[in-house]
Design a protein around this ligand. Structure first.
Ligand code: NAD
Ligand code: LMR
Length: 324
């Protein structure tokens, strides 16, 4: 059949940091996604083994491992989606912002390679602190003249995954909860008032629920006791987000996701980035959705969120613009 009558070519997904705690299970979940045709696994270490292992799975996608700086660009060539879980995770007592000094440089290097190799790719940033690493990627893309705000995403899906799970004892079922703002502590703003089946929840239970969603990451960091932060739940959440990007690329579906993006919603708060709901399509974001209405308590949470986000975003921008 001539190419133009055949199915649309299926995408190549590159995962940067693919041998890590998130990288390996995420690579597995992306390998079994039927919408993927090529899977490119990049890390500083161990990717040949991870790729060989995954390549035996009987799904159609081809897997290749790329190791070390010299193989970064080959890993990215032709990628339509790039996922970045590269970088160090927290230990007990650390905030996500404490990761900035190491992860900012890692993310900047990876973003530079994306800008010069696959500038049209949809980029999903997992590396923390997301509130600052997304601005870093954006500034690098801007410096190369290839920034398209519709194609750059901070992955906040784990906050929604946690919220849906943590609210379930109150609603009797896994229940979607909008989570807006950013991805760290007080910048994570769950909008419980938008959940009709949670109307009967007591004030104390609601406060505890919100606190747990905001600080769910700390729960895992503490339980892992020095061995890192959430990896398996993050891989699950990341695979949901990648699946939505893939479905959007087909042009036949209109998946919706909450994600940390540059938007008009962000501008309303004087910010450049803010996590809110978008509809995805072949070019990334198709539609930016308005926020759900917030009650008085949620408006207070949002005030704190916006203040923190301003500082987090400025830190990322400064890192690229002024090297600080
Ligand atoms: P990890 O240490 O297990 O794995 C990180 C991987 O990154 C390692 O394999 C390492 O070799 C690799 N790496 C380091 N520098 C690199 C570079 N320059 N190029 C390519 N690869 C490089 O850590 P993890 O548990 O997988 O966490 C990774 C990051 O994801 C952390 O920053 C963590 O805080 C973050 N995270 C984010 C979310 C979220 O919701 N967005 C959730 C969990 C973790
Ligand atoms: C999470 O929410 O689990 C991640 O951001 C990792 C962390 O540092 O808590």
């Amino acid at each position: 059949m001539p190419r133009w009558l055949g199915p649309a070519p299926q995408p190549k997904v590159a995962i940067l940091g693919a041998a890590g705690g998130i990288g390996q299970p995420l690579s597995l979940l992306v390998k079994i996604n039927p919408l993927v045709s090529q899977l490119s696994l990049y890390d500083l270490v161990n990717t040949p083994g991870v790729a060989a292992d995954l390549s035996h799975i009987m799904t159609d996608s081809e897997v290749k491992g790329f190791k070390g700086d010299a193989e970064l660009k080959p890993a990215l060539e032709g990628a339509q989606i790039v996922v970045i879980p590269a970088g160090v995770p927290r230990k007990p007592g650390m905030t996500r912002d404490d990761l900035f000094n190491i992860n900012a440089g890692i993310v900047k290097t990876l973003a530079t390679a994306i800008a010069t190799t696959c500038p049209k790719a949809l980029i999903a940033v997992i590396s923390n602190p997301v509130n600052s690493t997304v601005p870093i990627v954006a500034e690098v893309l801007k410096a190369h003249g290839v920034y398209d705000p519709r194609r750059l995403f901070g992955v906040t899906t784990l906050d929604l995954v946690r919220a849906a799970k943590f609210i379930s004892p109150h609603t009797g079922a896994i229940t979607a909860v909008p989570v807006i703002g950013g991805h760290s502590g007080a910048t994570i703003v769950p909008v419980v008032s938008a959940v009709s089946s949670a109307k009967g929840i007591s004030a104390a239970d609601r406060a505890a629920l919100i606190q747990r969603i905001q600080f769910g990451g700390d729960e895992v960091v503490k339980a892992k006791d020095g061995a890192g932060s959430a990896t398996l739940s993050m891989a699950y959440a990341g695979s949901l987000f990648v699946d939505s990007l893939l479905k959007g690329l087909t042009g036949k579906a209109t998946p919706k996701e909450y994600t940390f993006v540059n938007s008009e919603v962000a501008k309303e708060f004087g910010l450049e980035y803010f996590a809110s709901e978008v509809t995805l399509g072949p070019n990334g974001v198709e539609t930016y959705h308005a926020l759900p209405s917030l009650d008085a308590d949620e408006k207070k949470l949002l005030e704190v969120c916006v203040n923190d986000l301003k500082a987090n975003i400025a830190k990322g921008v400064d890192f690229v613009k002024n090297g600080s």
